[in-house]
Design a protein around this ligand. Structure first.
Ligand SMILES: *[C@@H]1O[C@H](CO)[C@@H](O)[C@H](O)[C@H]1NC(C)=O
Ligand SMILES: *[C@@H]1O[C@H](CO)[C@@H](O)[C@H](O)[C@H]1NC(C)=O
Ligand SMILES: *[C@@H]1O[C@H](CO)[C@@H](O)[C@H](O)[C@H]1NC(C)=O
Length: 412
């Protein structure tokens, strides 16, 4: 039964990839017609691919017959994924400085095609793979970001990693800090975990753009962990899992609770398997939810787990001793920050001096390209030098870590 379940997971994730590839292939020559049909096409193609469901305990625990003992995740257990397009694609090479040995799946838009082709001509970089995904007429470009986690699952394969670090192309992950946290909390990657503590709340359906950054950092909706267990997946009360995202009125917390995607989200492979179990579930939700009124990719990626019954895993108790900042994701990133890059670089240098414990614990940083691109600035000249400086600052306190497998930063 167990090997069967594994095979089914493979078929399902492969099914998802196949149907998206079919969809992409069809976009090349055929007239696109009504964009609404794309969702129907995905659903129809997917429905031929559903295997009988396994018993639910097995689903959540995952098919791995011998689950990895917690507290010993290594770099090889991580994978990274992000979308990119246009001039931002220079971040593919730039981010290799800190992710060189970690499997990475990049979902590239049409305006990155020439760049991706030249990257491929230079020879495959270790563990780096690409999906080319067109713009979908009538849909916001953020659709690409929304589809990215499950495209990565399909491309990488559920057996090849334990934790997926999903962010934007301008998200920097601090890998040693990520591993320290996952191991300190002893989280089981075969269970459905979604991690972020940079949460925003949307209390009003009539104002879907308005948001409030939470002053608490732990999901207030989670049911308590089983007795004797300090950390567990965040199981939501049934009244918090309505298919309608705005139907939170009977939930214990009366707002949509979403992550700030720019500082990234960490998914366990168990969570991704759950989202891919019914291959039409996630793509259908994406095509329904990412629209002109809510043109963001980082909403559906947390609403989908919520509908499946899971919120954000509570992990604050696993913080390193002495850490006293409010959050570990994007500790030094403002929400949609517009400060100049020089100012951000200085902020990190100050942090290294005055709050090294907090800097060492920070998991990620969003170094936004948006403001520069709006000002038609050149990323290679005006952005990358700061990006590299910021990477150095985020990693400086990890460079002499002992007993780990941290390679030196390698800048292009
Ligand atoms: C909340 O519960 C009440 C009473 O059961 C019900 O009438 C109402 O429709 C529910 N609201 C939502 C948004 O689910
Ligand atoms: C955090 O701790 C440091 C001492 O290690 C202290 O100087 C600082 O004021 C504290 N910050 C907060 C926000 O409590
Ligand atoms: C790491 O070790 C080198 C060589 O011993 C030393 O120069 C450097 O200051 C150390 N860095 C940190 C952050 O401790």
């Amino acid at each position: 039964m167990k090997t069967n379940a594994l095979a089914q997971t493979k078929i399902r994730t492969r099914g998802l990839r196949t149907l998206l590839l079919l969809l992409l292939a069809s976009s090349a020559g055929v007239s696109l017609g009504n964009p609404q049909h794309w969702a129907a096409a995905i659903a129809a193609a997917a429905s031929t691919n559903i295997s009988p469901a396994a018993p639910s305990s097995q689903k959540l625990r995952g098919p791995n017959p011998k689950p990895l003992q917690p507290k010993e995740y290594k770099r090889a257990d991580l994978a990274i994924t992000f979308p990119t397009d246009g001039p931002r694609s220079v971040l593919v090479e730039a981010s290799r400085s800190w992710r060189s040995d970690i499997r990475t799946h990049i979902v590239a838009g049409p305006a990155a095609e020439v760049h991706v082709r030249s990257l491929k001509a230079q020879g495959a970089h270790r563990g780096e793979t690409f999906t080319k995904l067109p713009d979908f007429p009538g849909y916001p470009k953020a659709l690409r970001a929304a589809l990215t986690p499950l495209l990565a699952l399909g491309a990488l394969g559920a057996g090849k990693f334990k934790w997926l670090l999903y962010g934007d192309d301008d998200t920097i992950w601090v890998i040693p800090a990520v591993l320290r946290l996952l191991n300190a909390a002893g989280l089981n990657a075969d269970e459905p975990h979604m991690l972020s503590d940079y949460l925003i709340q949307l209390p009003d359906a009539a104002r879907p753009v308005h948001s409030t950054v939470t002053d608490f950092v732990e999901d207030p909706r989670c049911r308590p962990c089983p007795k004797g267990q300090k950390f567990c997946p965040c199981r939501l009360p049934p009244k918090c899992t309505q298919p309608d995202h705005w139907a939170f009125h009977n939930c214990t917390f009366k707002a949509r609770l979403l992550p700030y995607g720019g500082v990234g989200i960490i998914y366990s492979v168990g969570m991704l398997r759950l989202l891919a179990q019914n291959p039409q579930f996630f793509p259908s939700l994406v095509f329904k939810d990412v629209h002109r009124r809510e043109p963001w990719g980082d909403r559906v990626v947390a609403d989908a787990p919520r509908i499946k019954g899971f919120g954000f895993t509570r992990f604050q108790a696993a913080r390193a001793p002495g850490v006293n900042c409010s959050r570990l994701f994007g500790t030094f990133s403002g929400f949609n920050e517009r400060s100049g890059l020089e100012k951000i670089a200085t902020k990190l240098q100050d942090a290294a001096k005055h709050q090294p414990v907090n800097l060492r614990a920070t998991l990620s940083m969003h170094v936004r390209t948006g403001p520069l691109l709006e000002g038609k600035r050149n990323l290679v000249k005006d952005y990358l030098p700061y990006y590299h400086k910021i990477v150095r600052s985020l990693y400086q306190l990890h460079e002499n870590s002992t007993g780990s497998d941290i390679p030196a930063l390698r800048f292009p």
